[in-house]
Design a protein around this ligand. Structure first.
Ligand SMILES: [Zn+2]
Length: 104
């Protein structure tokens, strides 16, 4: 028994896994800097904003990997429309299609 995996999806999965690792590392570094911003020579406000952005990236990337596992990857979470491959190539963790993203 074998599972057929679309080579393009498999490539994206590997890319997402690499990005997840990067964002997770970034988050640990930022969290360490956030614990003592003065010592890290960082503006506390900037560190907080970057921690928020990195947390969001980790969450989105994890969610994208879960959607690949479920077979629902590439669908907009709002309208269920297909997210164009060109958009996924730029932002593999995209949760929404461009029109839905633009509507906020
Ligand atoms: Zn949509």
């Amino acid at each position: 028994m074998s599972v057929n995996v679309d080579p393009e999806i498999d490539e994206l999965r590997q890319l997402l896994e690499a990005q997840l690792q990067l964002h997770t590392d970034e988050l640990s570094t930022l969290t360490a800097a956030g614990a003592d911003p003065a010592d890290a020579g960082e503006d506390p406000q900037t560190v907080t904003e970057r921690i928020t952005a990195a947390s969001q990236a980790v969450a989105d990337t994890t969610a994208a990997l879960a959607r690949i596992a479920e077979g629902t990857y590439g669908r907009c979470e709002r309208c269920s429309g297909v997210i164009p491959a060109a958009r996924l190539a730029i932002l593999p963790r995209a949760r929404r299609c461009v029109p839905c993203q633009a509507r906020g």
